[in-house]
Design a protein around this ligand. Structure first.
Ligand SMILES: CC(C)(COP(=O)(O)OP(=O)(O)OC[C@H]1O[C@@H](n2cnc3c(N)ncnc32)[C@H](O)[C@@H]1OP(=O)(O)O)[C@@H](O)C(=O)NCCC(=O)NCCS
Length: 168
């Protein structure tokens, strides 16, 4: 049995697998820029959608994106490329969750996936008035990988807090 992270207001825990989301699509003409490459803003909107789905599946609550960080573009994509986006929850706070989103270009010939982008999204549970509300579920952290992601997320949370306080 792995480590269980929750705080008093959380009614139960979920596993990372409960909300993991994989999203696949082909790059179309409407997705490319004048250089015949996938437009970065289009990719970002897909990532935001996947992150939102992951956070909603975990919390069962409407969410909004508060922050995106560590967004790294490792390689581009072109017309007809197969894009695979995988989102998974890494951390649950009081009202916020962190979601890691990895993007790959899949080779049509052999199915090999090449890393294209990685980003961490902060998704916040909100009510009808856009006010943050508590995330009702904690997270079971069961593998070494999940533990490393949780610990990394705690460091990123602290960095975000400092950035907000100091305005940099
Ligand atoms: C996200 C939002 C609801 C947060 O409201 P807020 O009044 O700042 O709320 P709080 O200060 O109580 O923070 C709520 C949680 O969000 C986190 N958070 C807020 N702003 C953050 C930021 N800039 N970066 C990272 N986390 C942030 C806090 O750490 C806190 O997490 P915790 O409860 O797990 O500790 C509000 O800023 C908002 O509505 N932003 C616009 C969101 C939006 O429109 N997104 C779509 C982009 S177009």
């Amino acid at each position: 049995m792995g480590k269980v992270f929750h705080v008093d207001h959380q009614i139960a825990n979920k596993n990372v697998e409960d909300s993991i989301t994989e999203w696949t699509r082909v790059v179309r003409y409407s997705d490319i820029n004048s250089e015949d490459r996938l437009f970065g803003g289009t990719l970002m909107s897909w990532l935001d959608e996947v992150a939102g789905i992951v956070a909603t599946r975990h919390s069962g609550n409407p969410v909004t994106t508060a922050a995106i960080d560590n967004m790294q573009f490792k390689q581009g994509a072109k017309l007809d490329d197969i894009i695979v986006i995988i989102g998974k929850i890494t951390h649950v706070g009081k009202t916020s969750m962190e979601v890691r989103v990895d993007t790959y270009v899949e080779d049509r010939r052999n199915g090999m996936r090449h890393v294209m982008n990685r980003a961490y999204f902060t998704e916040v549970c909100i009510d009808d008035d856009n006010t943050p509300v508590l995330v009702p579920y904690g997270l079971n952290v069961r593998t070494e990988n999940e533990k490393a992601e949780w610990e990394g997320a705690e460091k990123r949370r602290e960095l975000r807090r400092q950035r907000r306080m100091e305005g940099f």
